[in-house]
Design a binder for this molecule. Structure first.
Ligand SMILES: *Cc1c(COP(=O)(O)O)cnc(C)c1O
Length: 386
């Protein structure tokens, strides 16, 4: 099976993790802060907080922005469920903004219309989670202008996009948002097995997320409500969690980070080759917005079903039967059974549904070989009955 995504683990990664295993610290040692400052420096952020998943990072990001009961969080329906669930964790309500039919990211026109309407009805969202789908950055300039106009906080779910750039600058630098989140799950661009990170340029948000990821506990006497009882003393000041990253994970992340640009460049080479190999097939290849350099976590094609005699599902099944591990990113979140109870109808977001009926993620990872890629394209041609 050629999977849709796969990590690249080298001897240097293994050595880095083994070194930690034989060191004094398996958790709360020097590797986590080392990884945090390396990522912060790489992407140009002031603060980076490593956690045990992007899902956890999204949760503490929402809490740090004071999202709570009575608030709304908006996001795109074409994302992993975690981009929306973080709002529900905080007791907020979740709504969606339909996608742009070309980039599949949150649609700026739909966002503008929905904000105008919400402003009139007095139900503006407190937070907006934009997702850089497939690694392609959203139109952050326009999004930031709208967010400023309506006083909405912005979280970039950049789970797909570390190493990607917007207007020539790394995603994660926080120029257009309050907090950016990365995922280090093995299918993503670099991995720590499980793991995630929240980045911000705001000292107060960083402090709050730092406390929330470790039980809501502080150890700095200056920030305590009274003099410490003694050297053992700590105070719990928030209801936090254990969302910490381990030293083993951080060592792996540090080692992987050295190859970030190489990985993204390799993905671009593969994407160009797919573009070339697929250009005469009845499929739409990913369009890249001029302002962006994608992280290219995914390479999603859309079937031109009106030019095909086979169904989307049949193409999918045929590819899987030919051992090509294609996938679909994503099932629109508002159609999930858990979200149906909030009253969403499938047709509420027609562009998302039309994408869902046509999309297929082809294998895309740095070690995908040219011959494997050709195999994928041959299998696709067979699946399309061409
Ligand atoms: C993978 C992913 C997440 C969740 O990441 P974890 O690190 O697995 O928690 C969230 N949002 C998007 C868009 C993702 O692709």
């Amino acid at each position: 099976m050629i999977p849709y995504g796969k990590q690249d683990i080298r001897q240097s990664d293994i050595d880095a993790v083994v070194d930690v295993l034989t060191s004094d610290f398996l958790t709360q040692g020097p590797k986590v802060p080392g990884f945090e400052s390396a990522v912060a420096q790489k992407v140009g952020a002031k603060h980076a907080l490593a956690v045990n998943s992007a899902t956890s990072a999204l949760h503490i990001a929402c809490l740090a922005l004071d999202l709570g009961e009575g608030d709304w969080l908006w996001t795109t329906p074409v994302t992993f469920v975690a981009s929306a669930n973080c709002g529900l964790y905080c007791g907020a309500k979740v709504d969606f903004v339909d996608i742009d039919p070309k980039t599949y990211n949150i649609g700026v026109d739909s966002l503008r219309e929905k904000l105008e309407k919400a402003a009139k009805e007095n139900c503006l969202p407190k937070a907006l989670v934009v997702v850089h789908l497939c690694g392609q950055p959203c139109e952050m300039l326009a999004i930031k202008a709208l967010a400023d106009k309506y006083d909405v906080k912005v979280i970039e779910d950049a789970s797909h996009a570390i190493g990607g750039k917007y207007q020539g600058e790394y995603i994660g630098n926080g120029r257009y948002s309050d907090i950016t989140v990365f995922s280090f799950h093995p299918v993503k661009i670099i991995t720590t097995a499980e793991g995630g990170m929240a980045l911000t340029n705001c000292d107060e948000l960083a402090n709050k997320m730092n406390v929330l990821r470790s039980h809501g506990i502080i150890r700095d006497p200056e920030r305590m409500t009274h003099e410490p009882d003694g050297p053992w003393y700590y105070q719990q000041v928030h209801l936090g969690f254990n969302y910490r990253m381990t030293e083993l994970q951080a060592a792996l992340g540090l080692s992987q980070l050295e190859r970030l640009d190489e990985y993204v460049a390799k993905r671009h080479t593969l994407a160009k080759r797919y573009d070339e190999l697929l250009k005469d097939l009845p499929v739409t290849c990913p369009e890249q917005h001029a302002d962006t350099y994608s992280g290219l976590h995914l390479y999603v094609i859309r079937l031109k079903l009106n030019e095909l005699a086979v169904s989307h599902k049949a193409v999918f099944e045929s590819l899987r039967a030919q051992d090509i591990g294609v996938n679909l990113h994503y099932i629109p979140v508002h159609t999930q059974p858990y979200y149906k109870k909030f009253g969403f109808k499938a047709d509420d977001f027609p562009e998302a549904m039309s994408y869902y009926r046509e999309a297929i993620s082809l294998p895309m990872y740095p070690n995908l070989t040219v011959s494997e890629q050709s195999e994928v394209v041959s299998a696709l041609k067979a699946a399309l009955s061409l």
